[in-house]
Design a binder for this molecule. Sequence first.
Ligand SMILES: NC(=O)c1ccc[n+]([C@@H]2O[C@H](COP(=O)([O-])OP(=O)(O)OC[C@H]3O[C@@H](n4cnc5c(N)ncnc54)[C@H](OP(=O)(O)O)[C@@H]3O)[C@@H](O)[C@H]2O)c1
Length: 262
Amino acid sequence: MRWIPKDSITVVTGASSGIGRCLCELLLDRGATVVAVARRAERLADLASRECPGKLIPVVGDVTDADVRTEILAAAGRVDNGRLDLLVNNAGIGAIGPFEDADEERLRRIMEVNFFAPAELMRHAIPMLRRGRASVICNISSVLGHRAVPDKSEYCASKFALHGLSDSVRAELARDASDGNSIQLTLVSPSTTRSEFFDSLIGSDAETQSKSIGSWPPAKVARATLSAIESRRSEVILSLAGKALVYADRISPPIVNAILAR
Ligand SMILES: NC(=O)c1ccc[n+]([C@@H]2O[C@H](COP(=O)([O-])OP(=O)(O)OC[C@H]3O[C@@H](n4cnc5c(N)ncnc54)[C@H](OP(=O)(O)O)[C@@H]3O)[C@@H](O)[C@H]2O)c1
């Protein structure tokens, strides 16, 4: 069974830039209805102005606000009697710098955006996804949700939490398989992506740069994400460097610790 974009009803958070924006464009081009969520209204208006076979429904707001999450699902529910075929939890933020030097606010904000908001959106979307066609929840994590690195402690914690939650909920949803319509949960773990992500770091030194080996443009991450959704994969680690980091860590954490320490 494959997930088919044409005539699907979808929700994508973090739709105003980077991976989320590119994914919305792909879905719209393939005839999906997309409820696109972000705080920057003008960016969503720009997305809505594109010529495409699909339909865009913008919801302007902060995913950490429970009322906004209710509005997102209400907007999707109005399209076809409360049916939803795809939820993409993509909105995310980061920070760089030692844990010791930061404050509680940085930790709480990152956990709210990257973990609690997608968790609650997922919980409330499940009944609607049960009415969908080959439905998928796609949670955008990171290779840093598999292997933690220094100076990104809050971000790693949030993506590890999303990873653990996703594995558990996927197993719960698989219990519905007997009725032939279980929801798949696809965890996508990109490596460094050349988006606006590093321009909007919170509680971080303005001069801070992220060190990484190789990086992908957001359009490539979006194409790989859509492919994982269409084939209803459980989990994908996207880049070769990301796979190398994760699998080396599984084989020998001390070797990876030594490399990262340098
Ligand atoms: N960039 C990387 O290197 C990288 C690597 C691995 C994983 N990821 C993950 O990929 C996802 C997308 O990131 P990206 O690289 O595409 O970054 P991006 O260009 O900065 O996009 C982030 C999106 O999230 C939205 N957003 C942030 N906080 C929000 C909030 N409170 N409420 C609603 N929307 C919010 C932003 O929109 P507004 O500001 O308009 O609200 C924006 O559309 C994130 O989950 C990130 O953790 C990124």
